[in-house]
Design a protein around this ligand. Structure first.
Ligand SMILES: [Mn+2]
Length: 303
């Protein structure tokens, strides 16, 4: 009898230990050996433009099923707000997450500042039609709660990931965060979701614009720290709208928020990295290899 108790107790202890492990498990944030990566900037509730962009990159078929095999799709955050159809975008991403994993690929829906805002209850940018799609404010609140279908989904995501030699995130890393590890950054943001913390910090990874439009000398210095800390050659960011996929610093920094949502009226365009070569992919156009090294300006002739 006593022996049976002992066995039962050690079994329970094992179960408890396993439970603690599961709870402490963080989602994977680093991948290597990925042949093809597609990265899409801020979607802002525009389902049609998102689908158009995915189709251009060969991500989905006519029935909106995953058709990109082992490709990794990165969406750098800000699926929510401004436009009316974020719910549909999230539903599609949820489906593709499963299908891509089954095909040996992956979908990474990163956390942006608008995900952080909506989870915190800052709904200043929530479209009226978007609220309606959740059945009103109470429905939205439930859906975005920690145990709600969408709130749980977002809370399980990363904010910063590394694939091959490329770092992906929404806003940027200021000097305050440039030397922090992926564990520290992702844990810091996830732990604060719904409350604030690192995800709300204007110098934090979700909000910082200093890499996209700051002092060139400071950018250079911060970028050096980031590249060294993470052992990467490139940093890809959204959040700050540019007219086109824009490489700077000889391709070390790439801006991919081209404002694909109709609220910005930008093109259905994304970044594709194929065996280390960078392309801009735009709907209805042949893909264009990015000019990573800025052309040397010819000296103006003396007159
Ligand atoms: Mn943003």
């Amino acid at each position: 009898m006593r022996k049976r108790h002992a066995i039962l107790r050690s079994g329970l202890l094992l179960l408890a230990a396993w439970g603690a492990c599961v709870q402490a498990a963080q989602p994977q944030h680093t991948w290597s050996g990925v042949e093809r990566i597609v990265a899409v900037g801020d979607v802002h509730g525009d389902f049609d433009q998102f689908v158009k962009t995915l189709r251009a990159a060969g991500g989905v078929d006519k029935k909106l099923n995953w058709s990109a095999g082992k490709t990794h799709l990165v969406q750098v955050g800000d699926v929510l707000d401004r436009g009316p159809d974020s719910r549909k975008v999230m539903d599609l991403l949820m489906k593709l997450e499963v299908q891509a994993a089954e095909a040996g690929g992956a979908v990474h829906a990163l956390i942006g500042n608008h995900e952080e805002m909506v989870l915190r209850g800052d709904w200043r940018y929530v479209n009226a039609a978007e609220k309606k799609s959740f059945g009103g404010e109470e429905g939205l609140r439930k859906a975005m709660a920690a145990e709600g279908r969408y709130g749980r989904w977002i809370r399980g995501h990363n904010a910063v990931i590394k694939i091959n030699d490329v770092l992906f995130l929404h806003g940027g890393l200021s000097p305050k965060y440039a030397g922090k590890s992926l564990d520290e950054l992702n844990r810091g943001i996830r732990d604060g979701l719904g409350k604030g913390g690192m995800g709300r910090d204007s110098a934090g990874p979700l909000w910082y614009r200093g890499l996209a439009c700051g002092d060139p000398g400071e950018i250079q210095q911060t970028m050096e720290t980031i590249l060294k800390t993470h052992g990467v050659a490139h940093v890809v960011i959204g959040h700050t709208v540019a007219n086109e996929i824009t490489p700077s610093l000889n391709g070390r920094l790439i801006l991919i928020d081209v404002g694909i949502s109709r609220v910005y009226d930008g093109p259905a365009c994304c970044l594709a990295i194929e065996k280390g070569t960078f392309f801009a992919v735009t709907a209805g156009q042949p893909k264009v290899e990015l000019e990573m090294v800025a052309p040397v300006r010819e000296k103006s002739p003396d007159r």
